[in-house]
Design a protein around this ligand. Structure first.
Ligand code: NAP
Ligand code: HSE
Length: 438
């Protein structure tokens, strides 16, 4: 049987998970693929650290160069994280013509264009299934399964840590710092928690999916980004009263203006009110889900664990199978890593994004307050679809919840700026997008 020698850089949560999964299902994979995997080299930072999978000292090294440059290593698996050294690792391996498997969404998001060019130039494939949505094979879906479709909408719950925190906040009425500790302990969160809770991780993933779906390299810096730190129990409870659940949602929409080809796309990652009747509202805990709408297929939905050792290892094994089959069949780049197919693509300015919104104001409970607010919104041509002012709130100010009809984000922000200056308003307004999945 053909043997494929693997070189891993990183043996932490994900790298360790890959080693464990290979121990568990390596024989099964060999019987399915006709290829046997052998772990030839593994680089880690600390040789003395206790590992769940026993590796001989001959296999272990602290130098990633030892792994990548080892002539025996045929597939390089980058599981170290970060972007500086990881970029070097991937480029050196690709230049040597070695296929690379990575779970590193920050790396693909930041240097993807350069890495895919290098892969093409050197005829070596770059596999990144584990970089988006953990165990869900969403990269394969977009690259292969839905190849005959134009993607018109893509909605994703893409960060397991945020979804875990929001689920427990809603279920247990707790605030988010307390739950973040648990997510870190369970190995879901990134080493730097800001990557998760401030939405960067979800944006990296949404940007990769947007690029794949729309065929041009989408710069995530052009997207609208907001994390989950600003979500309070008050908003979770008001959203529930209105029939919604707050999720951190990645949204990729193809606009219809300008004809099909040159229409821009919208890319945002932000807390979003999802109707409780929609399937994405019931995606809970560390689970991710991606809804992809294709012009031929209609709506399709993918669901699975979005973070954690085993889910991510499963995605890496899928990439290893593809890499091994390419080697076995001598069919380099059978499925190219990323093929730009739109000559020009553009991302809509975040302020121009049109959507319904949830707005919470803190107001002085006195006659005429609502009229003053409605006048400013009316002048800005922003319509109110419903208002709630709960009874029984004590103190100087009370919450006032406005559900806003479709409005451009910049117009709403400007109107809220004026509303904040009214004498009857206390504190800063809160606004969240509402998505009806049309
Ligand atoms: P981790 O637990 O911190 O593991 C990192 C590993 O890389 C460790 O084994 C570390 O060695 C090794 N390492 C770091 N710098 C090194 C260097 N310069 N030379 C050699 N080895 C080095 O991180 P992780 O959670 O597994 O994440 C790895 C990647 O997977 C990241 O890109 C992350 O975004 C991605 N990812 C993670 C998850 C998840 O649920 N955790 C899910 C999907 C994708 P030591 O063990 O000796 O410290
Ligand atoms: N920290 C990430 C998450 C890991 O919570 O989704 C998976 O990419």
């Amino acid at each position: 049987m053909r043997q494929v020698n693997l070189g891993l850089i990183g043996g932490g949560t994900v790298g360790g998970g890959v080693l464990k999964a290979l121990e568990r299902n390596g024989v099964l994979m060999a019987s399915r693929l006709g290829v046997e995997f052998r772990v030839a080299r593994v680089a880690v930072r600390d040789l003395k650290k206790k590992r769940t999978v026993k590796l001989s000292r001959k296999v272990l090294t602290t130098s990633w160069e030892d792994v990548v440059n080892d002539p025996a290593v045929e597939v390089v698996i980058e599981m170290m994280g970060g972007t500086t050294t990881a970029r070097k690792v991937v480029l050196v391996a690709l230049r040597l013509g070695k296929p690379v498997v990575t779970a590193n969404k920050a790396l693909i998001s930041k240097y993807g264009e350069e890495l895919f060019e290098a892969a093409e130039k050197h005829g070596a494939n770059l596999y990144y299934e584990a970089s988006v949505a953990g165990g869900i094979p969403i990269i394969k879906v977009l690259r292969e399964g839905l190849i005959g479709n134009r993607v018109t909408r893509l909605y994703g719950i893409l960060n397991g840590t945020c979804n875990y925190i929001l689920t427990r906040m809603k279920r247990e009425g707790k605030d988010f710092p307390e739950i973040l500790d648990d997510a870190q302990r369970l190995g879901y969160a990134e080493a730097e928690p800001s990557l998760d809770v401030d939405g960067y991780d979800a944006l990296h993933k949404a940007g990769i999916l947007a690029s794949l779906a729309h065929g041009f390299w989408v710069n995530p810096d052009e997207a609208y980004l907001e994390g989950i730190r600003g979500i309070t129990q008050l908003d979770i409870q008001f959203a529930e009263q209105l029939g919604y659940t707050i999720k951190l949602l990645g949204i990729v929409k193809k606009h219809e203006n300008g004809g099909d080809k040159c229409a821009p796309i919208e890319l945002s990652v932000c807390p979003t009110l999802v109707p409780n009747t929609h399937v994405l509202a019931s995606v809970n805990d560390v689970f991710n889900a991606v809804l992809v709408r294709g012009d031929v297929v209609g709506d399709t939905l993918y669901y699975g664990r979005g973070a954690g050792q085993d889910a991510t290892a499963s995605a890496v094994l899928s990439d290893l199978a593809d890499a091994a089959l390419d080697l076995k069949c001598d069919s380099k780049n059978r499925v190219p890593p990323f093929v730009p197919h739109e000559r020009e693509g553009a991302v809509v300015e975040p302020g121009e994004t049109v959507s319904p919104y949830y707005v919470r104001l803190s107001v002085v409970d006195r006659p005429g307050t609502l009229a003053q607010i409605a006048t400013i919104l009316g002048k800005a041509k922003i319509g109110i679809s419903s208002v709630i002012q709960p009874e029984g709130h004590e103190g100087e100010s009370v919450p006032l919840i406005l559900m806003i009809h479709d409005a451009p984000m910049a117009d709403l922000e400007q109107a809220l700026g004026k509303i904040t200056k009214l004498g009857v308003i206390k504190g800063q307004p809160v606004m969240f997008r509402v998505e009806n999945f049309e």
